[in-house]
Write a protein that binds this ligand. Structure first.
Ligand SMILES: Cc1cc2nc3c(=O)[nH]c(=O)nc-3n(C[C@H](O)[C@H](O)[C@H](O)COP(=O)(O)OP(=O)(O)OC[C@H]3O[C@@H](n4cnc5c(N)ncnc54)[C@H](O)[C@@H]3O)c2cc1C
Length: 378
């Protein structure tokens, strides 16, 4: 919600010294100044580089990747499969993921858009490829969710061989004071961050008090977490659920819910469980999934959740797991967020529409042909 709309240069125009930022919730703009600006805008990093110099050579070669989600019975007993080389030389995998099965992927060049959509033939390619290795039919009607993402494959603008598109990350100071870090993998974020910060130290001639500490930092909720923490949650908390008649009745913190809370929030799961117990927000948001109403309130209070889409896509993964279940959960999610954020009826209506529009870009079996880029619903 804080979008860089332009970069600020010093008086001589030789160095980047800050950025103009738009608060996309209020529409207000403001300036922020820094000794060094780090551009980590993923597939959009070229658009930020262009704010410094419109003539820069693009670093990003965007590649679209589609994944589909299937019921849990395609990855029984926690098993998955990976085919390193399919008949046509591609990689296909099928793995257990959050109680369901995720299968993928594709790799094809694409344009950069805010809401990329998977094409029907990409979904079919994944289904066909995994069918080759199973003795049961995997049907299109089994697809609970399907989505497309844009990989920021990067070229180092200073590399001699400009043909080489790397799966590694690239750190580049295009313009004095502007460090771009891109490419790489989700799993290599710590070494990417270390390299970017080291480049910023050099660029800004900064004097850090200590060396890099990333190797020893736990992620949020990681300190004191133990694989058995979920049992303590199950022992100590109840899920207080509001009935349709308004009565609050107790329910068990069953192991599916306590395992989910413990894995998603680490030691902070006790805060979510407290909300579920003390504020009557202990109901599941969707049948068959462990996500609780309490998580919506927790994410609004502690994780900057500002919209219903934030919740179904970026705080819990319901949109990615099961598009239809996410659609059914939307009204209740909006009700809870409305109380947290004091939304009026008009804002609630807008959130519902935005949520539905967002879910239309996911191709579950139900909305398979819906607004498909290639098939146009015919
Ligand atoms: C289909 C697919 C499969 C993948 N598989 C794997 C895998 O198996 N393993 C793995 O490790 N990695 C995988 N990745 C790669 C991984 O997801 C990406 O490398 C990683 O998300 C990139 O992180 P990032 O922070 O550089 O960019 P992003 O996560 O894209 O973040 C960039 C951020 O910049 C923000 N932004 C953009 N423009 C502006 C602006 N003007 N102002 C302010 N903010 C802005 C965006 O909103 C976004 O939040 C996969 C990626 C895809 C798409």
């Amino acid at each position: 919600y804080a979008e860089v709309v332009s970069l600020i240069k010093d008086e001589s125009g030789e160095r980047i010294i800050g950025a103009r930022i738009r608060d996309t919730l209020s529409g207000k703009e403001f300036d922020a100044f820094a000794k060094v600006v780090v551009n980590a805008a993923g597939p959009f990093c070229d658009s930020v580089r262009k704010m410094a110099n419109n003539d820069v050579v693009p670093m990003i070669s965007p590649s679209s990747g589609v994944h589909i989600v299937l019921p849990d019975y395609y990855s029984p007993d926690g098993m998955g499969l990976i085919v390193p080389k399919t008949k046509d030389g591609r990689v296909v995998f099928m793995l257990p993921w959050l109680g369901r099965t995720v299968a993928g992927t594709t790799d094809s060049s694409t344009a950069i858009t805010m809401l990329p959509e998977p094409h029907e033939d990409e979904i079919q390619f994944i289904l066909d490829a995994i069918c080759d290795y199973l003795n049961v039919q995997v049907r299109r009607s089994d697809v609970l969710s399907a989505w497309s993402g844009i990989r920021p494959l990067a070229m180092d603008p200073s590399a001699k061989n400009t043909e080489s598109i790397s799966r590694d990350h690239v750190v580049f100071e295009d313009y004095p004071g502007l460090i771009t870090i891109t490419g790489g993998k989700w799993t290599t974020y710590r070494s990417m961050a270390e390299d970017a910060v080291n480049a910023a130290i050099r660029s800004g001639n900064l004097k850090p008090a200590n060396g890099c500490v990333t190797d020893h930092l736990h992620i949020l909720g990681g300190y004191g977490w133990d694989p058995a923490s979920f049992t303590v949650l199950a022992q100590n908390y109840k899920r207080m659920k509001r009935t349709y008649g308004g009565k609050i009745i107790p329910g068990a913190m069953d192991s599916a819910v306590s395992k989910h809370l413990s894995h998603a929030y680490g030691t902070l799961a006790t805060q979510v469980a407290s909300i579920a117990q003390n504020e009557g927000l202990g109901k599941r948001l969707a049948h068959g999934y462990p996500f609780l109403e309490a998580e919506v309130a927790y994410c609004a209070r502690h994780e900057y959740c500002e919209s219903a889409v934030d919740f179904i896509a970026r705080r819990c993964r319901l949109a990615f797991l099961d598009t239809d279940a996410a659609g059914r959960a939307l009204p209740r999610i909006i009700e809870i967020l409305a109380l947290e954020r004091k939304w009026d009826k008009a804002r609630q209506k807008l959130e519902l529409q935005k949520g539905k529009d967002f879910l239309e870009t996911f191709k579950s079996s139900k909305n398979a042909q819906f607004r498909d880029g290639k098939h146009n619903g015919q």
